[in-house]
Design a protein around this ligand. Structure first.
Ligand code: SIN
Length: 288
């Protein structure tokens, strides 16, 4: 389908996510009116869900180009099928392991230029569980209690690739899915990066809270214990159910999210079942 008259946009929760109907995204040209309509929908809702997308990996990459330049993400081994794609896979026999993305985070917030956003396309899903949850950080910033706003506004927060010492990161002795191979201990990833929080969401100029419990480890100029207390309260607020949309996957679903204004969480509650999704990412900019 190729004209915006056939596109329908339906909100999925009060603050974040909309379902898009009437678009076959793998066939779209980034310059087509439908592509512009999708970008505008993303900027408004931050997460888009498209059902029944009959994609292949080339189509997934074409769909990514609608939102920005395709980015090969560092520190994760790509899918054997394609160097631009990550296979998010947990096998049926993988039990009691951590999964990729299994705590609240914004992707690669420890890079100088964290990604703009990602697409996740479901190929095989468990009969129950394995949901993904997104939390809107524009709504979170807007309603952040005044004491936390004052504590964060105008300061930079410290992001680190190595989630050492972070309360919510998977404990080091818990294996991460063998199906997703990640590089640990790279000195460049483990170098602290300072980013503002809030950051400005480039498409609209709104402010978004920009902290997450996997990669944020401190606040510039504050003692560790004081920063930890502020961050703990900020995480609790950032992930309140009011700001969240929880997606129950069906094969063929495509989720698209803006990494600059959301956190997400892969729910790991489906041991004994296989789950396979393909993921692409588009480039972002340095947070300001
Ligand atoms: C991720 O991209 O963090 C993984 C999300 C998921 O597997 O649900």
């Amino acid at each position: 389908m190729g004209d915006t008259d056939s596109m329908e946009i339906r909100k999925l929760s009060g603050n974040v996510a909309a379902e898009i109907e009437g678009v076959r995204i793998g066939a779209l040209d980034p310059g087509a009116p439908d592509s512009e309509a999708l970008r505008q929908a993303l900027y408004r809702h931050r997460v888009l869900i498209l059902r029944d997308q009959d994609l292949d990996l080339a189509g997934l990459k074409r769909a990514t180009a609608v939102f920005g330049p395709l980015l090969r993400v560092p520190y994760i081994a790509p899918a054997p099928e394609d160097p631009d794609i990550v296979r998010v896979l947990k096998e049926q026999d993988e039990r009691d392991i951590a999964v990729f993305g299994g705590d609240w985070h914004s992707d690669f917030s420890f890079l100088d230029e964290p990604p703009g956003g990602s697409l996740l396309w479901a190929v095989e899903v468990p009969p129950y569980g394995g949901d993904t949850v997104w939390a809107d950080q524009i709504a979170a910033w807007a309603s952040l209690p005044a004491n936390l706003k004052t504590a964060l506004d105008g300061k930079r927060v410290i992001h680190l690739g190595a989630p050492y010492g972070v309360d919510h990161a998977p404990p080091p002795d818990l294996a991460v899915s063998r199906s997703v191979s990640m590089t640990r201990g790279d000195p460049d990833a483990d170098r602290p990066r300072l980013h503002p929080s809030p950051r400005t969401y480039p498409p609209t100029g709104e402010k978004a809270l920009f902290v997450n419990p996997i990669y944020t480890v401190g606040i510039e100029g504050l003692p560790e214990s004081e920063a930890a207390e502020i961050l703990k309260a900020a995480y609790a607020h950032a992930t309140r159910p009011e700001f969240c949309y929880r997606h129950r996957w069906q094969a063929g679903d495509l989720a698209i999210w803006d990494n600059r204004a959301t956190l997400h969480y892969a729910v790991n509650d489906y041991d004994g079942h296989r789950r396979l999704l393909y993921r692409t990412t588009w480039a972002g900019e340095a947070p300001v």
